[in-house]
Design a protein around this ligand. Sequence first.
Ligand code: DQA
Length: 144
Amino acid sequence: MNVMVIHGPNLNLLGSREQAVYGPATLDEVNREMVTEADALGIEIEVHQSAREGEIIELLHSGIGRVAGVLLNPGAYSHTSRAIADAMRAVSFPVIEVHLSNIHAREPWRARSVTAGAAAGIVAGFGPGSYIAGLHALKRLVEA
Ligand code: DQA
């Protein structure tokens, strides 16, 4: 089973960015933990990071006919991007929205995700564990 992971804007700075909110792990460390878990689950993952809305949309399109599902952390595009939401609806596979932080426990504007309604489900608030939980949820969903 092939799964694509897409990290959105500013997530390349994990480890130094707002540590009190996002924790000390770097993106490489988060990805390594995910690869280890994916191996144990029999999932092959490809990982991307992009700050560009259009590139995230093109990455979603590139999964058509190729991946069983996507884990997507749209970063702040979650709160603004109807275009990413449309792309999530346009593809044939499930997209799980992932957030490191609990977006409902922060500034009020973060509580609204315009992309969440296009997701198969969302996982938020568990730090890097959100991606791990997302992998399990995706496998369960695809195999159901
Ligand atoms: C985030 C939450 C967003 O509100 C924020 O803009 C991010 C990261 C998270 O993973 O908690 O960049 O998506």
